[in-house]
Design a protein around this ligand. Sequence first.
Ligand SMILES: O=C(O)[C@@H](O)C(=O)COP(=O)(O)O
Ligand SMILES: [Zn+2]
Length: 215
Amino acid sequence: MRGHDETRLRERIATLGQSLFDRGLTMGSSGNISVRLEDGGWLMTPTNACLGRLDPSRIARLDRDGRWQGGDKPTKEHFLHMAMYAERPRSEAIVHLHSTHSVAVSCLPDIDPCDCIPPLTAYYVMRVGRLPLVPYHLPGDPALGDAVRGLAGRHSAVLLANHGPVVAGKSLEAAVYATEELEETAKLYLLLHGRNPRALTPEQVAELEARFPRD
Ligand SMILES: O=C(O)[C@@H](O)C(=O)COP(=O)(O)O
Ligand SMILES: [Zn+2]
């Protein structure tokens, strides 16, 4: 990617990170964001950085083999992002947050691990689709990469048990919007608990997936 495009992407990561943080979608220094570069490398948010206060020039740059090239030390989940990109060649960006309602769902004992949230709305199906649960691992555990690798080819979003969502998109904006939609649908799901909500039918879901492919 040409220099000015990379500069612009760094600024977009910082702007969207601040927007997510300011709206309470992730707290403290939780969460991380990455973007694929045209030369095969990646930009990734630094480890222990607050997404609300990112300095664009200090965002980490990794080469196509995942080696840290510059900026601050990348997120400890860099291998998790790399595993997801490896399975999703059309994905250009990945967002991981500790968004409260999504994390709450990830802690429930009785969710379907193949599909954690029912298809309550059309927009959820269009932006997120089926959401599998990844068994609990220590944050930064390289085994998380292997666990995600097995699912990411078929799913643009996964939910890490007792941790939070990881969402890929065909652009940085698409990944952010999908993460926001997941969080709102997790909130709806919890609001509707015990009320036997009517989800979309398999036919309605299939029609949406055919008309609105994600990436
Ligand atoms: O939960 C964790 O520790 C990480 O997944 C996370 O959200 C923040 O880690 P860094 O990106 O290394 O700061
Ligand atoms: Zn995390």
